[in-house]
Each structure stands twice: as C-alpha cells, then as structure tokens.
Design a protein around this ligand. Structure first.
Ligand code: AGP
Length: 610
C-alpha cells in the first residue's frame, strides 16, 4: 500500500466567494507541492468537491467552474507526495464514507495503518493516503454522539505524527483546524477569516495573522476565531495575539519576470539595501547573545540545511576570521547523538533557515535545547516555527521567496552575518574596518554584478546545457560558494554538478576531468589563496578541462572569465558577489533545457518532513 505522506499547501476561507479565494491562494502555495490539487466548497449548505492529479492550472482546466462557484466556505490543497502515488483519488480534500466531511492535511500520520485496520470493518477506504483515517475517525466520533468540535479534537488526538489539518462539515460554515509540527496560520480579515500553510498565500486578503502552535485546535468562521489546547482531558481556550506582517501581495507575484527565480535574483540589490537598513533593529539582541557566549567561552554551532547550510559555512569562516573566535557548522540532519558532542547552557546554536520550517533544523534545535544550549536563529519568514522556538531572532527581511531554489535568501543570510559579526567586532576591538568601509556600498556592488554577469551567464548556458557533469571549486570562504553553485545547477537544471574544495581535487575528483570537461573555478583576492588556485587551474588545464573563472579581475588563466564587482574588494564580500553569476548560470541553463526553475522535480520549498 502507498504511504500518503506529504509536504503540501493547505488553504481555508470562511467568507464570500470562497472557491475563487481558495484557488488564488493555492496558486501561491504551489511552490510547496504541485503533484495534485483540489478544493471543497460550501454552496448553499451543500459541499462540492473538485480534485485532480497535476497542477492547479490542470484542476482549473478540468473544472473551470471552480473560478465561478462562489461559496461561503472552502478548503483547498496542493500536494507534494513523498511516498503516495499521484492520482485523482489521492488528491485532497479527502472525504469520509458519507461524503459530508472533507479534510485537507499536510504532514504524516505515523499510526495510520493501525487506525485504518481498526476502522476498515465499518468504513470504506477509497484512497491510499494516510489522511483518509482522519476523515473516517471524525465520522466515527460523530456517530458515537459527539458534537463537531469534540469529534474533531478526539479524532486528531488519536493521531501520532506531524500534521496541519483543516476540515469542514457539510452544512456548517466553519473551518476546524489542528496543528502538530507542521506550519499553519490563521488570517484575520474584514468579515471573513482564513487559514493557510504560509502567510504569503493570504497576503492578497489580509496582513493580520494568528500563528497556531503545536497542540492547538481552532474553529474559524467568517465572524470568529477560537483557539483551544487540551490540558489533560480538559479543553482550555487560548488567547492569541494578532501579528501584522508588512509584506505586500506584489512581493509574492512574478511582476515582469518570466519566473520567480529570476525576479528573486534581480531583487538582490534591494534585499541587501533593505537588510542594511531595516534589519539593524535585530543587531543588539543578536550580538548580545554572541558576546555573552564568547565571554563564557561557550561553543558556537551553526545548524542548517541545503543552501542555508552553505551560508552557515560562510558564517563560520566570517566569525572565525573576523572575531577570531572558533565556531562549528553542522548539517542539521547530521546533528545526531553521534556527533552532538557536549552542549550545555554556555553554548549557542545559530540556526539558519529561510523558511524557519525545515523539519531537520527544528529537530536539531530541539535536541540542542534539551542539552541546555541557547538558540539564536537567522530566519526570513516572520512567525515561522523556528523564530518562535528561538531565544533570539535576526529576521533578514528578504521578503517572500517563492522559487524553490533559494537565491535572495542566501545572499540575505550572508549579509546578515557580515553585518552582525562586524558590528560585534567593532565593539570588541577586532579588526573589521576593511569590511565596515565597504558594507554600505554592497547594494551597488550587487547591482553591478547583476548587470555584468547576466548576459555572459545566458550565453554560457547554451554550452553548459549540453554537459552531463560540471564541477565547481573554490578555497576558503569560497569553498561554500562552489558548493552553492553546484547545488543551484543540479537542483534546477538536473545536470550533475559537484562542488569541491580546490585543494582536494588532486585527492580524487581530478580523475573525473577529461578533455573538454567544464570546471568553474571561484577566484580569490587573498594572494596566498590565489597562488594556490593558480596551481589548481594549471593542473586542470593540463588535463584538458575548460576553465570558467569567476573573479573580480584578470588573475587566473581561464577559457572564459566572468568578471564581477571591483577588483580587490575584501575577501569577506566575495561569497555575495560571486554567487550571483552562478545563480544566473543555473537559471539560464534550466530554462535552456526547458525545465521550470521555479518548480524543480521532486523538490519543495519548505521541507517540513524529516
Ligand atoms: C535551496 O535552493 C534548496 N531549495 C534547499 O537546499 C533549502 O535551502 C533547504 O531546504 C533549507 O531550507 P531553509 O533555508 O528554509 O531551512
């Protein structure tokens, strides 16, 4: 049997023209999953369900009426199946036997087999999803005489696993919600209310949000929002705060660009400017946690995944070199008892995550906290789980990032580190003047990189698209740049790409080089590193590799040189300016190969499963 474990997007609307609003919000959430889509809508007290495998556009072309239906209440779902088959029947909403209870769910139900077996005697299961047990459980509770709220809460309380659930009952204009470890927000509107997996889905409808916490249940109608939690057997109301999110709907639209990824790459100048101005307010809290840890001689450990892990590697290099304080970095999913080492109350974990919802990061943070470490997070999304579970937060205000490939948020993470570590450096008398002098000019340096590398990246993509494998290499603070360049390339173009420390090549990877292989070498402005890179490039060229260098000047012998920014700018800035042509190269290569860079196969934006 297929396992219906999913990383998806859910939306609910309690208010006028529900179907259209659900569809519009779902479209924004499609970055979370695009295997199948569906909606359930209340029309004059009757529940109508439309669902299909494929994209939301596919759902609309199969059922054009979804845009015109109106409706007083609706829920919707876009699915990213991790185990379950992609099929019409497995698409959400999932119904009970009577077809009067509809459920959308994001997450995994660990004990669904057990529940399914128990319920199969009386209930007819029609899908292969774990979600279906929720619908039948609620039905079962209702038939035992419980009211709707009690039935919903009792059913959800039987689940083991991770979930955000939204449910509706035929004839009742209320959404029933539950959350455990999977993001869920409630949007507060004028005469209507909403729910979604992510605030950006609802930006066109409201900027007021209530964050549902783990273990909470909510009932949402067009006029009211009620939240409860179970204390033992007792259901206790929870007072929730309304948070204002200052993102605008246009931030979540493509504007004049063909893809979100390109838009987000080109936004980087503004993003850097915004961080330097607006994120200043998070500096005091951040440096006080760092300083405190350093005074006590505690460990500083970065934890992150994917692109944020690469940014954390740069963070570690910056912290170690600018503040001359040792720090470590671990891939969040590798932060286990095998390599946790000793952590205690003197230690600081720096958790880095664009979404603030990455399950691997949340789990690692939880184990670090158990050991007593304090948590400082660098996060983009306001109200995200990580930000709420941290002792201190630096929000890096990159605005919503929709493209699955992280671009502007990577640069935002780097700039946040540069800003905070140099500020702390100034206060403790470290040598940081060379960085503080250039930092205010960083937005214009980024603008010039975009301008100088766009064309060459587009031209180069025509050659790169024919390759089976390409290699990226760098040294020191630009070793992570090589890793990030390779990740971007493989993630969206599906061309095999690997990043290596340039010095490691001769220990194995050099065997992969043959006549004509492309090697992308990330340059350096540190004379010692540059000399070492020079010998690496010579070794590559002697074996017939075609070398593309990314540099600020004409320093390395290359077949093609991508020259960006200003020659001689401090090494600390190079990861920011060098990644831009690599992002563009990946983007144009993906487009040249006919791939959709915003929705790479098998991947989702928020990785909320472990
Ligand atoms: C980057 O292009 C990827 N989509 C992915 O590696 C991502 O950076 C990773 O999943 C971590 O996400 P986070 O920053 O939201 O925690």
């Amino acid at each position: 049997m297929w396992r219906g474990s999913e990383m998806c997007g859910i939306v609910g609307v309690a208010g006028r023209d529900a179907a259209k609003k659900v569809i519009d919000s779902l479209k924004i959430l499609e970055y979370r999953g695009y295997d199948s889509a569906g909606i359930a809508v209340m029309l004059n007290g009757r529940m109508e369900v439309r669902k299909a495998a494929g994209t939301i556009e596919n759902l609309i072309s199969r059922y054009p009426e979804v845009l015109e239906m109106g409706g007083e209440l609706g829920i919707g779902h876009t699915r990213w199946a991790t185990h379950g088959r992609v099929s019409d029947s497995n698409a959400h909403p999932i119904l009970d036997c009577s077809g009067r209870i509809a459920v959308v769910h994001n997450g995994t139900i660990d004990n669904y087999m057990e529940i399914r077996e128990k319920l199969s005697i009386k209930h007819e299961f029609r899908t292969e999803t774990d979600t279906e047990v929720i619908a039948h459980l609620i039905e079962e509770m209702l038939s035992s005489g419980m009211g709707r709220l009690e039935a919903f809460i009792s059913a959800v309380s039987e689940l083991r696993g991770e979930y955000a659930v939204a449910c509706m009952f035929e004839g009742v204009n209320e959404l029933y919600l539950a959350r455990n470890k999977i993001p869920l927000v409630i949007g507060v509107g004028e005469g209507e209310n909403y729910c979604a997996s992510d605030v950006i889905a609802l930006l066109g409808l409201t900027n007021k949000f209530i964050y549902v916490d783990d273990g909470e249940f909510a009932r949402v109608s067009s006029r009211s929002v009620d939240v409860w939690r179970l204390e033992g057997e007792k259901l206790v109301p929870v007072e929730k705060r309304i948070n204002l999110v200052d993102w605008s709907p246009s931030m979540a639209s493509k504007g004049k660009y063909e893809h979100f990824m390109l838009k987000e790459i080109f936004e980087q100048e503004d993003v850097v400017r915004r961080i330097l101005a607006e994120s200043r307010r998070y500096i005091e809290g951040t440096i006080s946690m760092l300083n405190d840890t350093m005074r006590r001689g505690g460990r500083i450990l970065f934890l992150a995944a994917g692109t944020s892990y690469h940014a954390s590697m740069v963070g570690k290099y910056l912290l170690n070199s600018l503040l001359e304080y040792p720090s470590e970095v671990s891939i969040a999913s590798e932060f286990t008892r095998w390599n946790l080492g000793s952590l205690d109350g003197d230690d600081l974990v720096i958790a880095v995550s664009q979404s603030g919802e990455t399950a691997d990061v949340l789990m690692a943070v939880k184990s670090a906290r158990k050991k007593g470490a304090r948590i400082l997070s660098f996060v983009n999304v306001p109200g995200s789980t990580l930000s709420r579970e941290s002792d201190g937060v630096f929000f890096f205000s990159a605005g919503p990032e929709i493209g699955v490939a992280a671009t502007k948020t990577y640069v935002a993470e780097l700039v946040s580190f540069l800003m905070t570590f140099t500020e702390l450096g100034k206060r403790i008398g470290a040598r940081v003047d060379h960085v503080t002098e250039v930092l205010p000019r960083l937005p214009s340096l980024v603008a010039s990189c975009l301008e100088s590398s766009n064309r060459i990246a587009r031209d180069l993509s025509e050659a790169i698209k024919r390759e089976n494998s390409i290699f990226f290499m760098g040294r020191g603070i630009n070793y992570p740049t090589a890793l990030e360049g390779a990740l971007k390339m493989k993630e969206i173009s599906y061309i095999h790409a690997e990043g290596f420390p340039a010095g490691e090549y001769k220990h194995g990877p050099l065997a992969l080089i043959s006549e004509g292989t492309y090697s992308i070498v990330i340059g350096s402005n540190d004379p010692e590193i540059r000399d070492l890179l020079l010998s690496n490039v010579n070794e590559l060229r002697a074996r017939g590799s075609r070398v593309i260098s990314v540099e600020t000047g004409d320093h390395l012998p290359s077949d093609i040189r991508i020259k960006v920014a200003e020659d001689g700018i401090p090494e600390e800035f190079l990861p920011v300016v060098f990644v831009i042509p690599l992002q563009l190269l990946a983007y144009y290569t993906a487009v040249a190969l006919g791939r959709n860079p915003d929705k790479p196969r098998n991947l989702a934006k928020s990785v909320t499963v472990k």
